[in-house]
Design a binder for this molecule. Structure first.
Ligand code: ADP
Ligand code: MG
Length: 371
């Protein structure tokens, strides 16, 4: 491995903004040196939101956004470096995930579309930038996602104990460590995305702080069972998903089928939190019945009500934040892309075929030098 300082840049399906982590990586360790999170400007966020919702875009807007997102990623990098008094020359490389617009791994020509041109990031920061991480895994017949389990294995794996890591972003994904030392993982389904979108359409806020609104509602058991009957939840891994599947139109289709008394907005919010908690808990119980510990990362860790509901579904499993395992919950995904950049520069594989379903392990990402 090319040991040294790396930066990971991540913006997930929540489209809340860019997470940047500066880390020191060795063959056997990763340590977080600095972290900075910057929200997208409201203009950029609303354009991205509108495109993802409408699933349509004209080519000029597409090209412009590809560059605008890259500039936002480069700016976050520069702010992070400045705050730490570290120069671009000290950084081996940036790993940039980009911003997902559409994830379609199951088409005849499968793809996962991330924007945020790595050439622009490399040029503007003066740092070699690795991007386009999902493409090779998809080319090898994989889902191209989730990619973080390989990093969870590196950072949190510990021999043959049965434990798991859960990342709750817009979509939630699990990494499962088995007693035989094997590692599995998949997207369990929605993380925050449905209840984020639900509160966004009912109030001006972008998320339900601490899950307070959801906590004020009552779960509709009828609607919950209908939502859980969706075929995605019954599928075994490898599987991956996105906002193009789990969105308010998806919810509306099930609401139409739910009969009886109308359900209040707060009750729907509570039901959507329960859906995330139940789908995560069911996945964990069926894939790793003797799981001892679940470490949680991603923005959802801040939603106390969601965590309470996950705890209630997983009695007997110790629930911790990845903070307790050495990496702050908000920084794990960005750290993963820093590590994937290091893997790329050493020509080491970045995917786990047991997770993505790829035919074999492959080196992930394209390298853009600043010169
Ligand atoms: N204080 C909080 N209370 C409840 N939810 C929160 C809080 N802070 C962050 N979140 C949730 O975390 C999400 C962002 O998580 P993140 O891991 O950045 O997701 P993504 O990887 O999809 O960008 C927000 O959209 C919100 O749902
Ligand atoms: Mg985010």
């Amino acid at each position: 491995m090319n040991e040294g300082l790396y930066i990971g840049l991540m913006s997930g399906t929540s489209m809340d903004g860019v997470d940047a982590a500066l880390v020191r990586i060795t063959d056997t360790s990763i340590s977080l040196i600095g972290y900075h999170e910057e929200a997208y400007t409201s203009e950029l966020r609303s354009v991205l939101e509108a495109i993802v919702r409408a699933n349509t875009i004209d080519l000029e807007t597409f090209g412009t956004l590809h560059i605008a997102v890259a500039k936002a990623f480069a700016a976050v990098t520069q702010t992070l470096l400045k705050s730490l008094n570290i120069t671009p020359k000290q950084i081996v490389a940036i790993g940039s995930h980009g911003q997902t617009l559409l994830h379609r791994p199951n088409l005849a020509n499968p793809f996962s579309l991330q924007i945020g041109d790595p050439a622009v990031i490399a040029y503007q920061t003066g740092i070699t930038t690795v991007g386009d991480f999902r493409a090779k895994d998809l080319a090898a017949g994989g889902q191209g996602a989730p990619l973080v389990p390989a990093f969870h294995h590196f950072a949190f794996g510990r021999g043959h104990s049965e434990h798991a890591v859960l990342n709750i972003g817009g979509i939630a994904n699990l990494t499962l460590f088995t007693s035989t030392g094997e590692v599995f993982g998949f997207d369990t389904g929605p993380g925050n995305t449905l209840f984020d979108r639900w509160i966004q359409t009912h109030s001006g806020t972008s998320y339900d702080a601490d899950g307070a609104w959801a906590r004020s509602g009552n779960v509709s058991r009828g609607l919950l069972e209908l939502l859980l009957s969706d075929q995605y939840f019954a599928l075994a891994g490898p599987k991956s998903s996105g906002r193009d599947y789990f969105n308010l139109e998806w919810l509306a289709r099930y609401q139409k089928r739910s009969s009886g008394t109308p359900i209040s907005s707060a009750d729907i919010q509570a039901t959507l939190v329960e859906l995330t908690a139940c789908s995560v808990a069911r996945s964990l119980k069926s894939a790793l019945p003797n799981c001892k510990q679940l470490a949680i990362c991603g923005g959802g860790v801040n939603n106390n009500y969601l965590l309470d509901r996950i705890r209630a579904q997983l009695l007997g499993v110790e629930i911790v934040s990845t903070d307790q395992l050495g990496i702050p919950a908000s920084a794990v995904e960005a750290c993963a892309f820093a590590w994937l950049a290091a893997r790329r520069l050493s020509n080491e594989p970045g995917n786990l075929p047991s997770v993505t379903g790829a035919a074999r392990s492959v080196v992930l990402g394209g390298i853009h030098h600043p010169n």
